[in-house]
Design a protein around this ligand. Structure first.
Ligand code: SF4
Ligand code: MG
Length: 320
């Protein structure tokens, strides 16, 4: 089947200045990302902050243009001029419902706004749509006339979900949708997202720094490090047998309940590298528990498997 959403060789380079008098340097936020998302899949995109996850989300939402490479929907390239196509078919749910909802607008206006922006329907049909969305996300109709500050964090995230779904999107980009919420509320929102996916046949790109959160919903997982997907696999395979040392380290830190405990066999405590000045060879080598000499000088090979890939010297075919 043709993927509903595809990124082909997408790069994004910013020019940044580190000091007032220094010449701008290139920052490769995305270093050639290839991803295919099939209909009704939940692709979990995992990585630490600064790895490029949010840049990737912005490109998919048409908020930024890639430096090179393509975004395809149903196998067809979406050009920069067709950003409204992206906006109609792809909707976001962001991390922080406190800052992503306008405090001066009523809940009704917030949920209806995408319809107004895209000039869809009249005020009567919009009001109807908003009512339906509240039911869908499990909010009582009485919140309509209220304002974001009158709602709890979980309720605000439900409003954000309603606002995303009112456009009837096929693909929803969830960017850390539960990170700002209490743990008990997190699972309610994850369950809601799972139910909505079933009910509406949605496809998700689910972005998180936390593999445990991704495990709830993901059918596939892509692990990102310094702007590259270093491993991708079906979720069940990745959780049962992570192949990239970075994925292994992320998984171990999830399994270690106390973040202050020393995690065996990982150096993930070492700081995340500066993307302006990435480490030579394999970008992960200064933090890798399995680093070899070749890793310090030579970028890792892209090792494709039947169901995904891993970029790591450990998995290269042995030389004959
Ligand atoms: Fe570790 Fe080398 Fe694999 Fe990079 S290529 S993840 S440094 S073993
Ligand atoms: Mg981010």
């Amino acid at each position: 089947a043709v993927p509903v959403l595809e990124l082909a060789g997408v790069t994004k380079t910013y020019r940044v200045k580190q000091g007032m008098f220094s010449a701008p340097k290139p920052l490769h936020a995305l270093g050639g990302v290839n991803l295919k998302i099939h209909r009704k899949d939940v692709l979990g995109l995992v990585g630490e902050s600064g790895c490029g996850k949010s840049t990737l989300a912005k490109i998919l939402l048409g908020l930024e243009a890639p430096t090179s490479g393509k975004v395809l929907i149903d196998g067809r390239e979406v050009t920069a001029r067709e950003r409204t196509v992206l906006a109609r078919r792809i909707q976001p749910i962001f991390q922080d419902p406190y800052s992503s909802l306008n405090p001066r607008k009523s809940i009704e206006d917030i949920i209806a706004l995408p319809l107004v922006v895209h000039k869809i329907g009249d005020s009567a049909s919009r009001a109807k749509a908003v009512t339906r969305m509240l039911d869908l996300v499990g909010l009582p109709q009485r919140v309509l006339r209220g304002y974001p500050n009158q709602l709890s964090g979980g309720q605000r995230q439900r409003v954000a979900i309603a606002r995303a779904l009112v456009m009837n999107p096929e693909i929803v980009i969830c960017d850390e949708p539960t990170s700002a919420l209490d743990v008990s509320v997190q699972s309610q929102i994850l369950n809601l997202l799972g139910d909505l996916r079933e009910e509406l046949g949605l496809t998700y790109l689910f972005i998180s720094h936390n593999l445990a959160v991704v495990e709830h919903l993901a059918t596939r997982v892509a692990v990102m490090y310094l702007g590259k997907i270093v491993e991708e696999a079906p979720a069940s395979e990745l959780f049962a047998g992570p192949r990239h040392p970075y994925t292994q380290a992320l998984l171990e830190s999830v399994l270690t309940p106390d973040p202050n405990l020393s995690v065996p066999d990982t150096h993930l405590g070492a700081t995340y590298p500066n993307p302006i000045d990435p480490p030579s060879g394999c970008h992960f080598h200064p933090r890798c528990a399995k680093v070899m000499d070749i890793c310090k000088t030579t970028p890792p090979p892209h090792v494709a498997g039947p169901q995904g890939h891993v970029d790591c010297h450990l998995h290269a075919a042995p030389a004959r």
